[in-house]
Design a protein around this ligand. Structure first.
Ligand code: ADP
Ligand code: MG
Length: 421
């Protein structure tokens, strides 16, 4: 009888760098590691997990990502380590639906709650690159392809309905959804757990525009219940610019541990909101070319995603009742509407909520930062309340432009008021 070889990785523990080296050697045996020169570095910068880069002197490398039992951002956020399985499996699936747009997964391990994946160090984190106002001309085309193929490819319109339900069951993700329901759909409007981080100069503005507007709260409640109940597509669930690796040639989406079956506008809206943060950073720095590129991206991401989804719909729709031009138009309209709403929700929660974004927090000049934050919130409220008016990319850019004009007019009238006295 074959004896099972004991390994220190037979029971779960949180790895240190030396363990990661041993682990990579054991689990990624398809690489001919140069054992003596292997080194590991913990490179995690996220809120939740531990990420090791293991390399050797021959130029081999692998990324090992491990889930801990509590979030890095806060010890009282306890999380099921099964999220690493969910993340690995969805990356494999996304890689099939949109080849080349996600890192390759070499293995995943439900004992250690860890996986090994392709090292994407020849790419940069998009948020970091955009803080330097770098431009990526292929981004809108590439991200829209990724979204159209993955999101449309997992809908009931296209998939066998029983297979779809099987995926929905497999990717049910209650704990991570719970975080989104709290941080995106609740706390930015009432600070019920005292965790919001509001920039003091805009505290009064936030109180009036976000905490006290019952009409806004009603819209957010509708959107929250929609997020919780509408199993439309297998969404990434956290598609911000820190979950995108990019270079001149290529775009790769990673970190999909918030994925589940939800409304697809959630992903598209996240991309839009995070591009607006990049715009706000560029604007505060006077980076005109960069801002112009971001504005084009806003328009293109909406229009290209919609076009590609329509094409995908025409080519792949299987549900016979959905093979109907009027229904298709209705379906596309709801996606753009949801995208608008979520762009608004993400803009708000990243300005006032627990997890702020560097694009905004690194604006050193206090007045410029306050202006940027007010522009984001003003645009956000329009994106949420007037979501059904949004039809194409230009509508999204107009919301941003109108918000700038509104905030600047507000500022002007209060300054002239001071001058008059
Ligand atoms: P978390 O779930 O904790 O947010 P991420 O998946 O975002 O973890 O990874 C954290 C960081 O580790 C990323 O911002 C990136 O710098 C690095 N990283 C993650 N995956 C890779 C990869 N495949 N190649 C290179 N670096 C990676
Ligand atoms: Mg991350």
């Amino acid at each position: 009888m074959e004896e099972k070889i004991m390994s220190k990785f037979d029971t779960y523990f949180l790895m240190k760098t030396d363990d990661a080296i041993e682990y990579a050697k054991e689990k990624v045996s398809q690489i001919e590691w140069d054992a003596d020169s292997m080194t590991a570095k913990e490179i995690g910068d996220g809120n939740l997990n531990y990420v090791f880069k293991v390399t050797d002197a021959k130029g081999h490398s692998v990324i090992i990502k491990q889930a801990g039992v509590e979030a890095r951002i806060s010890a009282d956020m306890k999380l099921d380590t099964d999220r690493n399985r969910i993340e690995s499996e969805i990356l494999v699936l996304e890689g099939k639906l949109a080849p080349g747009y996600v890192p390759e997964i070499y293995f995943y391990d439900t004992v250690m709650s860890a996986c090994g994946m392709e090292d994407l160090s020849d790419h940069e984190i998009m948020r970091t690159a955009m803080l330097e106002h770098k431009i990526f001309p292929k981004f809108a085309d590439q991200i829209s392809t990724f979204m159209a193929q993955v999101l449309m490819g997992t809908t009931d319109v296209v998939m066998d309905h029983q297979e779809k339900k099987e995926l929905q069951r497999k990717f049910i993700n209650p704990e991570l959804c719970d975080i989104t329901e709290a941080l995106v759909y609740t706390e930015p409007y009432n600070d019920e757990r005292g965790r919001n981080r509001v920039f003091p100069p805009i505290a009064d503005f936030v109180k009036e525009k976000l905490y006290e507007d019952q009409g806004l709260h009603c819209e957010v409640a509708k959107l929250k219940m929609d997020f919780m109940t509408r199993a439309q597509s297998l969404i990434h669930g956290d598609l911000h610019t820190g979950s995108i690796f990019i270079n001149e040639e290529s775009t790769k989406v990673f970190d999909p541990e918030f994925c589940f079956y939800g409304p697809m506008g959630y992903d598209i809206g996240n991309v839009i909101a995070n591009m607006i943060f990049a715009w706000a950073n560029g604007d505060a720095a006077g980076a005109a070319d960069f801002c112009k590129w971001v504005e084009d991206v806003l328009v293109d991401v909406i229009n290209m995603t919609k076009e590609k989804m329509e094409k995908y719909y025409d080519e792949h729709v299987t549900d016979t009742m959905c093979r109907n031009e009027l229904y298709k138009k209705y379906y596309m309209d709801t996606i753009i509407e949801d995208t608008s709403a979520v762009a608004g929700l993400e803009l708000i929660r990243r300005i006032v909520g627990m997890a702020n974004v560097k694009d905004i927090t690194t604006i050193a000049d206090e007045a410029k930062r306050a202006r940027a934050e007010k522009i984001c919130i003003t645009a956000a409220i329009d994106f949420i309340k007037n979501r059904s008016d949004k039809k194409c990319g230009k509508c999204f850019l107009k919301t941003l432009k109108d918000a700038i004009a509104e905030v600047d007019a507000m500022h002007k009238s209060c300054c002239s008021h001071v001058a008059e006295r």
